[in-house]
Design a protein around this ligand. Structure first.
Ligand code: ADP
Length: 378
């Protein structure tokens, strides 16, 4: 038998794990490079390389196993991807795409150049910029780290000068450069997944995302909005992918404003938490289409298989083992799809797994999902 094609993944968390499952199901292999052994994705493959992604020897090892390389977060310095490309490897998303995304200010400038609707924004380099920022954005505004922000770490709401100074000091301790953004009065937060290869594109339904403490908690698919707005959101998502010269699968987060506009918040060059519902909810999951896209294969349909799907993240409720403590109770509802990421330890608030329910009525399945989530203890 010929050796199956192998996808190298930089990172071994839950996104890599679910991508690896999709790859394996289609007969492909995966190689994982992650800091420590036994990561959620590392558990699924014998090609588990452990150590820092900055180590060139490890990168060469990953490349030697891989036909193509991808990643599960946008924090990998794009110079690392350039290095892999210099070894003659195809990398999706490419170093160029990541260089346009990983710095939120550059990302916004890039999207803005392509006429994508965004909240007003500006760089925030010095504390003395406060008056200039208020003049441009008004109050309140949001101060954000340009790099390494996730789940709201790296953001601060600013209502006055004192808060600005405090937030500036706090955020610059995490990462040196900041940007400021108009505070958006939104009625819904939306997300759209889109896949692109050299030959075709595929856009998933628009979903509504509900955050708790800045962490995506509940996803409702499809979002309840009129068809024109939904079509517009899908067009914008694809425009974003093209603007960053993206190939592979991308998640685009948006705000739907009180006055009926769609504004892009940010984009992720990888499968996204708001697309987990696609595993059971769509003909082809985001993970399978990611695998197909990076291998240059035809994409699968993004149509939903049921009228509605709801996904709720299972965040750690205790500090301890990463196992579900009460499988019997957790699986009592016959319509629940339970996903557990295999993380060795749980922390309060850590993403440990998720549940998905599909059905014909979003309100009914949302209630079911919420009830189930309360019962599951990790
Ligand atoms: P992260 O990269 O950490 O996920 P985001 O920039 O996506 O951070 O922000 C996290 C959440 O904070 C968003 O989902 C939204 O609820 C809120 N938020 C971010 N930017 C704005 C904004 N300009 N106006 C209003 N709310 C915002």
């Amino acid at each position: 038998m010929n050796k199956p094609k192998c996808i190298g993944i930089l990172g071994g968390g839950q996104l890599a794990r679910m991508s690896a499952m999709a790859a394996k199901r289609m007969g492909f292999d995966v190689a994982i490079l992650e800091k420590e052994a036994g990561s959620p994705a590392g558990q699924l493959t014998s090609i588990e390389i452990t150590g820092p992604a900055t180590d060139k020897k490890l990168l060469r090892k990953l490349a030697s196993h891989s036909d193509v390389i991808t990643l599960e977060n946008e924090f990998i310095d794009y110079h690392i991807l350039e290095y892999l490309e210099s070894l003659g490897k195809k990398v999706f998303p490419s170093s160029v795409t990541i260089s346009l995304i990983q710095d939120k200010l550059i990302q916004k400038e890039t999207l803005s150049k392509h006429n994508i609707p965004l909240p007003k924004f500006t760089g925030a380099e010095h504390k003395a910029d406060y008056e200039k920022i208020v003049k441009l954005l008004g109050l309140p505004f949001v101060l954000k780290s340009r790099k390494m922000g996730y789940d709201g770490y790296g953001n601060a709401l600013v209502k006055n000068k004192n808060q600005f100074i405090a937030a500036f000091d706090k955020l610059t301790r995490r990462h040196s450069k900041l940007l400021a953004e108009e505070f958006v009065f939104f009625t819904k937060e939306l997300a759209v997944m889109a896949a692109r290869t050299k030959k075709e594109t595929c856009v998933y339904p628009v979903v509504e995302t509900i955050q708790k403490n800045h962490i995506c908690h509940t996803v409702i698919a499809p979002a309840e909005l009129n068809q024109n707005i939904l079509a517009k959101a899908r067009r914008i998502a694809l425009d974003c992918v093209k603007a960053v010269k993206g190939f592979g699968l991308f998640g685009v987060e948006m705000f739907y404003t009180k006055d009926g506009r769609i504004l892009v918040n940010e984009m992720a060059p990888r499968p996204h938490n708001s697309g987990h519902y696609t595993i059971e909810g769509c003909v082809t999951s985001q993970f399978e289409n990611h695998v197909r896209a990076v291998l240059g294969l035809p994409l699968g349909s993004a149509e939903m298989v049921n009228p509605a799907a709801v996904m709720i993240n299972l965040l750690g409720k205790t500090n301890g083992s990463g196992e579900v403590k009460n499988y019997n109770n957790a699986l009592r509802d016959k319509d629940i799809h339970l996903h557990v990421y295999g993380k060795r330890s749980s922390r309060i608030g850590r993403k440990m797994g998720h549940i998905t329910v599909t059905g014909s009525d979003a309100k009914v399945i949302l209630k079911k999902a919420k009830t189930a989530e309360k019962k599951i203890v990790i």
